[in-house]
Ligand binder design. Sequence first.
Ligand code: NAD
Length: 243
Amino acid sequence: MNMQVEELKKRIGEASRICVFTGAGISTESGIPDFRSQNGLYRKNLEFSDVISTSFYQNNPVLFWELFKEIFRVKLLDEYEPNSGHYFIAELEEEKTVHVITQNIDGLHQKAGSTNVYEIHGTIKRAHCQKCGSEFGLNFLTKVELPSCTSCEEALKPNVVLFGDSIHWFEEAVEAALQSDLFIVMGSSLQVTPINQIPLLVRKHGQVPMVIINKEPTYYDYVFDNQIHLPIGEVVTALKSGK
Ligand code: NAD
C-alpha cells in the first residue's frame, strides 16, 4: 500500500470524530462530471460562474434553466448511484461519529447512507417559487422547459446556492470541522470561496490531523499533513483490502 494511504488508514483507526469535506471529485466515479469537465459552455462563450449565478437566473431564466439542466444532467439525476467513496464515508458511521460537509448538490451521500450531511451549496432535487415559497421536486423540473410556479407563474429558483447567494450551514460546518479529530478532504479543487476557508480555519484553530485525497494538487495542499494525489476509488480499495 502507498505510504500516504497507509498513514491515512492509521489515522482513521485512531479517530473517533471524523469530518469529511467533499467536492465534485467524489461524484465523478458515479458519472457526474466535475467543474473542470464542463465543455458544453465554451461553445456559448459563457463561463460556468456566469451561468450558475443569481444575476443570470434573474435576467435570463429560460437560458439559465436550459444550461443549468444541461450542466447538472438534471434528467439523469435520479439514475446516478453512489460509488465506493460515498459508501466508504457512510460505513465509517458504524464505528465513528461522522460529519460530511459537501459542496455537492447531487444527494449521493444521503443515498449511500450518510446521516449527518451539510449540503452547503443546497440541493438540485428541489426548486422553489420566490414569490409564494411553494416547492417543486425533480420530476416537475424535468418535465417542462421553463419550470414555473403553478400558482404564480414565476420562474422557479433551484434550491442550489448560486454565485451571489449565501451558503448554507456555514457555522455548523465549521463547528463540526473544528470538533473533529480527523479532517479529510475528498475530491475538491478548493477553489470555491468561502467554503475553501474551512480547511484554513481547521489548520489555524485546531490540532486536527488533516488529509486531502484529490487527483491533482490544489493551491491549499500545504495546510494538510497528508496529501494523496490518487483517484478516490483507488484509495478506498487500498484502505479496504489493506494492499
Ligand atoms: P472542482 O470541479 O473545482 O474540483 C474537483 C476536483 O476533484 C478536481 O481537482 C479533480 O482533480 C478532482 N477529482 C475528480 N475526480 C476525482 C477522483 N475520482 N478522485 C479524486 N479526485 C478527483 O469541484 P469543487 O471543488 O467541488 O468545486 C466546484 C463546485 O462544483 C462546487 O460548488 C459544487 O457545488 C459544484 N459541482 C457539484 C457537482 C455535484 O454535485 N456532483 C458536480 C459539478 C460541480
